[in-house]
Design a protein around this ligand. Structure first.
Ligand SMILES: Nc1ncnc2c1ncn2[C@@H]1O[C@H](COP(=O)(O)OP(=O)(O)OP(=O)(O)O)[C@@H](O)[C@H]1O
Ligand SMILES: [Mg+2]
Length: 336
């Protein structure tokens, strides 16, 4: 019988945890706030609240960068805090299922496993699942019987483009594009055009409101600091400027999807052509990306109902449904 089982999707911006005993899902910002003297003063969403607002003695950071664990020590601290929160402290001898990216080095993959092993969680067993396979299951695809499934997961720092067949990865490529790059593009465009510095949170808000603003034919209102005077300022920003700034980043994603399609074995291409590609990850919600991917590739684009949650929903399904259990594997004993 399963007991004390947790599923983890360790994203660069969001950590998602599934607690199988309680059948509950948990989503928080994967962030930590550390005071030079007092140590950890906030984590998760409350650390994000301090982001870009904290004084110099408080460091607010993401321990993951480009989809891999960059700051092992802080990630271990965070994971222990999050698992303690979701389990109410009873996590001894638990089994973990964690999603890992495919197109990273063996050492980087191993780091996800080691993270759990070394976080003082006293894990009984650790399984890993390829992120794209978890995505597909979370999107309701019967991966074990499907040949040729294309998943495009646009996250925060990364976009993973993968072809899956019969429950395994055929090709996977990770590119450094995603929601954070879109925010940076917006910040740079506003700075260049309006000579206004805006924060990452303001840029993200414009990005999230973009679809609605375009429908209403209204500009975005932003608050920031004037480059020349250094004073706080409010400006109206034309949505066309935002669309233009994002275009370059969309093109990189579309071009890379085409490259993967060109490398896909023809028998699998036929299925992808029939079913279309699957677009997921929080970053994929940005206005027009789905439309442009459809135009650029000539494929139908299936949009995730809950983009950003498909990996954890897939892991939950793997834990719940024995049929999918074989897509999870252990990397114990793998050489470092
Ligand atoms: N409605 C929305 N419109 C546009 N972007 C959105 C929306 N909702 C979330 N996002 C963006 O999704 C991104 C986060 O996506 P997600 O949670 O999939 O990333 P992650 O899994 O933490 O990162 P990664 O997979 O790169 O490690 C953020 O950049 C956020 O701004
Ligand atoms: Mg992700």
């Amino acid at each position: 019988m399963l007991n004390n089982v947790f599923g983890i999707d360790l994203g660069t911006s969001t950590i998602c945890i599934y607690n199988h005993d309680k059948k509950s899902f948990f989503h928080e910002k994967n962030m930590i706030a550390i005071d030079k003297r007092a140590g950890v003063i906030a984590y998760g969403d409350s650390a994000y609240e301090m982001y870009e607002k904290a004084p110099d003695n408080i460091k607010v950071t993401y321990p993951l960068s480009n989809g891999v664990i960059a700051d092992i020590h802080n990630m271990q601290t965070l994971l222990k805090l999050f698992i303690t929160d979701v389990s109410g402290g009873s996590f001894k001898n638990a089994t973990y299922y964690i999603a890992i990216p495919t197109d990273v080095t063996e050492v980087e993959k191993r780091a996800f496993y080691d993270l759990i092993e070394e976080s003082n969680l006293k894990a009984r067993k650790i399984f890993v699942v390829d992120k794209a396979v978890a995505d597909a299951i979370g999107l309701g695809i019967d991966v074990k019987n499907s040949q040729g499934v294309m998943i495009v997961d646009v996250g925060f720092n990364t976009t993973e483009i993968s072809i899956i067949s019969l429950g395994g990865i055929v090709i996977s490529k990770m590119i450094k594009s995603g929601g954070m790059r879109f925010d940076d593009a917006i910040r740079n465009a506003v700075k260049k055009e309006y000579r206004l510095y805006i924060g990452a949170k303001s840029a993200e808000k414009i990005k999230m409101d973009l679809e609605m603003l375009k429908e209403q034919h209204s500009p975005a209102t932003v608050y920031g600091r004037d480059v020349a005077s250094g004073l706080p300022m409010e400006r109206s920003v034309d949505t066309k400027l935002i669309d233009g700034a994002l275009q370059e980043y969309f093109d990189v994603i579309i071009d890379n999807v085409k490259v993967i399609l060109e490398r896909t074995p023809p028998e699998l291409s036929a299925d992808i052509y029939k079913n279309g590609l699957y677009l997921t990850g929080g970053g994929s919600l940005v206005s027009d990306l789905g439309l442009q991917l459809a135009r650029g590739t000539g494929l139908k684009v299936n949009l995730a109902e809950e983009a950003g949650k498909s990996v954890i929903q897939g892991i939950a399904e793997i834990i719940r449904n024995k049929r999918f259990r074989s897509v999870a594997y252990t990397i114990e004993g793998m050489g470092k």
